[in-house]
Design a protein around this ligand. Structure first.
Ligand SMILES: [Ca+2]
Ligand SMILES: [Ca+2]
Ligand SMILES: [Ca+2]
Length: 165
């Protein structure tokens, strides 16, 4: 069980969103494609990440606490839940699960375990996330990359679920 939570947290650390909106092919592209041309360049990705780090650092002291991290995620989660077609009891369940994973993610992101996520830790995780999504490694995440990555995630998750039982 524990393993599955950590794995799922690692997999969603990339995008911060595990609930794909019904009309979206890729949450990653949805989140980072600021010029809406259907693909994400490294420059687009970095610009969104910098802005998000600043927005997440609610008290602007230069680092992100676990509360700040989970707080920022929770706000985005509520938007996703509001837009989703889940029933109310399912939303309650999903909210609990996602918030629990957000806490696990913070632990993963805070690599040196000083309870602070600094920009360098955030950037390192971002670089890994982009590389994960950029399936053909050409520096741009296209729909084809995202689809290939999603298939890989799904396979990894199914394998972990099986190993878990
Ligand atoms: Ca783009
Ligand atoms: Ca802070
Ligand atoms: Ca840290």
């Amino acid at each position: 069980m524990k393993y599955t939570i950590v794995l799922a947290a690692l997999l969603t650390a990339a995008t911060g969103s595990a609930i794909a909106a019904p009309h979206e092919g890729s949450a990653f592209i949805h989140d980072y494609d600021t010029d809406h041309d259907g693909k994400v360049t490294r420059a687009e990705f970095d610009a969104v990440r910098v802005a998000r780090f600043k927005a997440t650092d609610a008290n602007a002291d230069g680092w992100v606490s676990e509360d700040e991290y989970v707080g920022e995620y929770s706000a985005r989660l509520e938007q996703q839940l509001a837009a989703s077609e889940l029933t109310e009891p399912k939303k309650v369940e999903e909210r609990q699960r996602q918030i629990r994973q957000a806490h696990v993610r913070f632990g993963v992101l805070d690599k040196d375990k000083d309870q602070k996520m600094v920009q360098a830790e955030y950037d390192a995780s971002g670089a890994r996330a982009f590389a994960e999504q950029d399936n053909d490694k050409d520096g741009t995440v296209t729909q084809a990359d995202a689809a290939a990555t999603a298939a890989r995630y799904l396979a990894a998750r199914e394998k972990a679920d099986k190993a878990d039982k």
